[in-house]
Design a protein around this ligand. Structure first.
Ligand code: ZN
Length: 75
């Protein structure tokens, strides 16, 4: 069985990692075609922003703080 790996690169600092994916699990198959663009299983700490950029844990924290200071911490 071929191991399925997901490549994730940080949009800010370009840290890149690969993630092993459960071959039985999260990949979706539509009409017999595997959809590779399924990133629900980002590594712990990584986030995907609304505009589909991936951020490593470090940059995710900075991003969060930037958003808070930019928009204020209101809800
Ligand atoms: Zn980063």
């Amino acid at each position: 069985m071929r191991e399925k790996r997901l490549y994730v690169e940080c949009d800010r600092c370009h840290t890149a990692i690969t993630v092993k994916q459960d071959p039985e699990g999260s990949s979706s198959v539509v009409n017999g075609i595997h959809l590779p663009d399924r990133y629900e299983d980002l590594p712990e700490g990584w986030v995907r922003t609304e505009d589909r950029r991936d951020l490593c844990p470090d940059c995710a924290k900075k991003f969060e703080q930037t958003m808070k200071s930019f928009y204020g911490d209101r809800k």
